[in-house]
Design a protein around this ligand. Structure first.
Ligand code: FAD
Length: 620
C-alpha cells in the first residue's frame, strides 16, 4: 500500500515563556540531601562553570550528561565574576534542569547587581523551574582590587538570602558558602563563623565550603560550626589537581600545605604523575572526611570528568549500573511526573524530544493518545540539540572527504563496529543491548541499510537484565525487533516487496520530500513490561504521525551535522545533499516477538540487486 501520511503535525503554539510557566517546580536540594543523610547514604555533587566558546558549551552539555549517569544529588553552575556570564549561566542551568533532568543549583552573586536585576533574575529562575540558588556576595569583577557594593545593591551574601526569603518565602532552596580556613577578608576566623551563622539564621538551608587540602581544617571547621549553633548540612568542597599549572594557582583560593607542595614540585613536569597524585590525595581526603562524618562530597570539576569519575569509582560510591526506570531517560523529578510513553524515534536524542514537547500540558500516560503527537515544537537551542562534537573531530571520524555512497556506508559500519564513537544521529557508543545484533548491524550498513536505531527481539527477560531490563525488580520485559535506517531509492523496492511477503512486519518509509509507503496506520507498542500488581506498561511506541515529524529532524542531520563540515561546493557536501534529497527513512517492526527474525529477513535482501554495489562505489 502506498500512502501519503496525513499532515496533521503542527508546531506547538506556546512561546518558550508559556512553556516554562507550566513547569512543575523542581525539588529542593536540601530535601534530597536530608533524605540521603537520614538513610546514611553519602551523596556527591558536581560544579561546572560556563565555558567561553560555543564548542565549549557544546562539549559541556555532553560532559554533564555523561557525569550525570553517575547520579549526582545535584549539579551547580557558577556565576562569572561580576556577573560576566549571567545569561549563559541562566541558560545552562535551565537546560541542565529541564532537558538533562538533573537537579540544578544556580550560583548568584551580588556583584554589579542592582536589586531590581537580582529580582528579575530570580523571577526568570522561577519561570524556568530553577529552584535552588547558591547565594553569594561574589568576587570582585576582573581587574578590581576590592569588592564594592552598588548603591542599590547588596553588601553581603546575607542580604541576598534575606531578600529571597522576604520576597519569595520558602520557594527557593538556598545554599551559602563557608570557609574552613576563614574568608580572606574576614576580621577573624571567629567573626567569619558568626557571619556564616547569620546567613543560616536568615534562611539558608545548607553550606558548601571553599576548597581546602588539609582535611583537619574541614573537620575542625565543622566542629566549630556545630559549637556555634550551625546545625544544617555542611558539604566539603573538593578540587582535584589536574596539572601543575592549576596547582600553582591554588594558593589564590586556599592554603596549600607544605607537604603537598613538597610532593608536587619534584614531579611538576610530568602531567600524568601530577594528576595521579591529585587523584590519590583526594581519595585519601574523601575517605577521611566521610569517616569523620561529612554527609557528602562536592566536587569542583573544572568541567573535567576523568579525575572525579576515578575518585567516585575508587570510593565505590558511583553506581555500577544505573537502574533504568523506563527504557528512555526519565526526567520525573523535574516535569512530566506521570509521563510513561514516548515514540521510539527519539530514543537516541532525548534532549531534542524533551525540548520539542516542553509546551505540552499533559504527557502521555498509559498509552500514546492521538492528541499529543501533532504538537511537536520546533528545535530552538542549537547547542543542546545538535551533536556536541567540534567540526574538526567530526571530519576525523566521518572522513576528511567522501567520494561515493560506499564511503558513507563505511562510516555507519565503523560506528556499529565500535571503531568511531558517534554518528550524527547517535552521540555515544551503542548500548549493551546492541551487542546481541552488532555483527548484523555492521553487515547491514556495509550493504546500504544505514541504521540509526534498533532493538533486538526480547520474549520475556527479567526486568533487572543488565542489557534490556528496566522498571526495577520483579517484572518481565518484552520487545519487538525494530530497525530504523536510511536506504537509497534504488534499494527500496526490494525491501518493500520483502516486507509485503512477511505479514508479521509493519513498516513506514518516507523520503525527505514526503513520498511515503506504509502498511500500518496505527500506534504500535514495541516495548512493554509486566510487573506484579500493576497494569502492563508500554513505554515505547512506533507512531506514524510522530514519524513524520521525526523524519524532518532525521534528514536535517545529514546536512546540519555532517554536510556542514565540508566546503559548500565540495564533492563531499554534494554527496550528502544527494543522500538527503533522494534516500528514504524506513522503520520496520517485527510483530512476532516470540519467533520472528527480522534481522535474518533483512540480511536476505543484501547484495541481491545486480549492479547496485557498483553504483554505490561510483564517485558522484
Ligand atoms: P559573604 O558571606 O558576604 O562574606 C564575605 C566577607 O564578608 C567575609 O569575610 C565575611 O566574614 C564578611 N561578612 C559577611 N557578612 C557580613 C556582615 N553582615 N558584616 C560584615 N562583614 C560580613 N564567586 C563568584 O563570583 N561566582 C561564583 O559562582 C562563586 N561560587 C562560589 C562557590 C563556593 C562554594 C564558594 C565557597 C565560593 C564561590 N565564589 C564565587 C566566591 C565568593 O563569591 C567569594 O569567596 C566572596 O569573596 C565571598 O562570598 P560569600 O558569599 O562568602 O560572601
Amino acid at each position: 500500500m502506498t500512502a501519503r501520511f496525513a499532515v496533521t503535525g503542527q508546531a506547538a503554539n506556546d512561546t518558550a515563556e508559556q512553556a516554562f510557566a507550566k513547569l512543575t517546580p523542581a525539588m529542593k536540594i536540601i530535601d534530597k540531601i536530608s533524605r540521603a543523610i537520614a538513610e546514611g547514604r553519602p551523596f556527591y555533587s558536581f560544579e561546572y562553570f560556563p565555558p567561553k566558546t560555543e564548542p565549549g558549551v557544546e562539549n559541556l552539555y555532553a560532559r554533564i550528561e555523561r557525569l550525570g549517569r553517575m547520579s549526582p544529588s545535584f549539579v551547580d553552575i557558577t556565576w562569572g565574576a561580576g556577573g560576566s556570564t549571567a545569561e549563559l549561566t541562566l541558560e545552562i542551568a535551565s537546560n541542565i534542569q529541564n532537558l538533562l533532568g538533573l537537579e540544578t543549583m544556580m550560583h548568584l552573586t551580588c556583584t554589579n547587581m542592582p536589586r531590581q536585576r537580582t529580582a528579575d533574575t530570580l523571577d526568570e529562575c522561577r519561570k524556568r523551574g530553577i529552584k535552588n540558588i547558591l547565594a553569594l556576595r561574589g568576587d570582585p569583577p576582573r581587574g578590581a582590587a576590592r569588592w564594592t557594593a552598588l548603591d542599590d545593591g547588596f553588601a553581603h551574601a546575607i542580604d541576598l538570602v534575606r531578600f529571597m526569603r522576604d520576597r519569595w518565602g520558602d520557594e527557593f532552596g538556598i545554599a551559602v558558602a563557608g570557609y574552613p580556613e576563614g574568608h580572606a577578608e574576614a576580621d577573624s576566623y571567629q567573626r567569619d563563623l558568626e557571619h556564616l551563622k547569620a546567613k543560616i539564621d536568615a534562611g539558608a538551608d545548607f553550606v558548601v565550603t571553599n576548597m581546602f587540602y588539609d582535611s583537619d581544617s574541614f573537620i575542625r571547621f565543622a566542629d566549630d560550626c556545630r559549637a556555634a549553633g550551625i546545625v544544617c548540612p555542611i558539604i566539603p568542597g573538593l578540587m582535584p589537581i589536574h596539572n601543575y599549572r592549576s596547582f600553582s594557582q591554588l594558593s589564590q583560593f586556599c592554603r596549600v600545605p607544605l607537604e603537598l607542595r613538597a610532593a608536587i614540585e619534584p614531579i611538576q613536569n610530568d602531567d600524568a604523575a601530577v594528576k595521579d597524585y591529585g587523584v590519590e590525595l583526594l581519595l585519601q581526603m574523601c575517605r577521611r572526611l566521610l569517616d569523620a562524618g561529612a554527609p557528602g562530597l562536592h566536587f569542583y570539576t573544572l568541567n573535567l570528568e576523568q579525575a572525579v569519575t576515578r575518585i567516585l569509582h575508587e570510593l565505590e560510591l558511583a553506581p555500577q549500573r544505573v537502574e533504568r526506570v523506563l527504557p528512555w531517560r526519565s526526567t520525573a523529578q523535574v516535569v512530566r511526573p506521570k509521563e510513561d510513553v514516548r515514540p521510539i524515534f527519539w530514543s537516541n536524542r532525548p534532549r531534542s524530544y524533551l525540548a520539542r514537547t516542553m509546551a505540552w500540558d499533559e504527557f502521555p500516560n498509559g498509552r500514546w493518545g492521538d492528541s499529543q503527537s501533532p504538537a511537536f515544537g520546533d528545535l530552538a537551542d542549537y547547542h543542546l540539540n545538535h551533536l556536541q562534537i567540534v567540526p574538526k573531530n567530526r571530519r576525523e571520524m566521518w572522513g576528511e572527504s567522501l567520494a561515493s555512497r560506499a564511503d558513507v556506508y563505511q562510516v555507519f559500519a565503523d560506528f556499529c563496529a565500535g571503531e568511531i564513537s558517534a554518528i550524527p544521529w547517535y552521540d555515544r557508543r551503542l548500548e549493551p543491548e546492541s551487542d546481541l545484533i552488532r555483527d548484523q548491524l555492521v553487515r547491514f550498513n556495509r550493504g546500504g541499510l544505514l541504521t540509526i536505531n534498533s532493538q533486538p527481539r526480547v520474549d520475556g527477560a527479567p526486568s533487572t537484565d543488565a542489557a534490556v531490563g528496566w522498571g526495577g525488580p520483579g517484572g518481565t520485559v518484552y520487545q519487538k525487533a525494530y530497525l530504523e535506517f536510511f536506504v537509497s531509492a534504488e534499494r527500496l523496492p526490494l525491501l518493500l516487496a520483502t516486507f509485503r511477503d512477511n505479514p508479521a512486519l509493519s513498516y513506514h518509509a518516507i523520503s525527505r520530500a514526503g513520498e511515503a509507503h506504509s502498511n500500518c496506520d496505527t500506534v504500535n507498542a514495541v516495548t512493554w513490561g509486566v510487573f506484579p500488581g500493576r497494569e502492563v506498561l508500554q513505554p515505547t511506541v512506533v507512531d506514524p504521525r510522530s514519524f513524520e515529524v521525526w523524519k524532518d529532524e532525521a534528514f536535517d542531520l545529514w546536512l546540519s551535522m555532517w554536510g556542514s563540515i565540508y566546503p559548500p561546493d565540495s564533492s563531499s557536501r554534494r554527496l550528502l545533499q544527494h543522500i538527503h534529497d533522494t534516500f528514504f527513512l524506513v522503520n520496520v517492526v517485527d510483530n512476532d516477538f516470540t519467533n520472528g527474525d527480522l534481522f535474518a529477513v533483512l540480511e536476505g535482501t543484501l547484495g541481491t540487486i545486480e549492479g547496485l554495489d557498483d553504483l554505490d562505489a561510483r564517485a558522484l
